[in-house]
Design a protein around this ligand. Sequence first.
Ligand code: FES
Length: 130
Amino acid sequence: MMYSSQVLDHFSKPRHVGMVENANGIGLIGDPDCGDFMCISIRVEDWKIVDIGFLCKGCPAAIASGSATTDLACDKMLEKAMCLTPEDVAQHLGGLPAEKMHCSNLGVDALRYAMAYYLGLISKDQPEAS
Ligand code: FES
């Protein structure tokens, strides 16, 4: 399996690592198939994601996806961030091997949960990933 240079760059120098201070949205998602998980925390002000961080236990593609997701969502209005897809993340990473596409779902799903939590649509007790 070959990773793109962007995947290797995000994996070796991940952006936005950690938990955001004063987060007002948090999303935690796990992949039942591989047991890996992603946590994304956000600070939203005036409908804009002004700070974002991720924590991940996962393969290189998952870590790169967390980094790419936070890169793409940082400083975005919520309505834009809500439109981000796993394909956008994969594209930002110069593509992912087909068998690793599910790893890019982790970042986007965790981000969506974080935004849904901010909007009061879900509580901290979130459902398991499907
Ligand atoms: Fe589990 Fe990539 S193999 S997230």
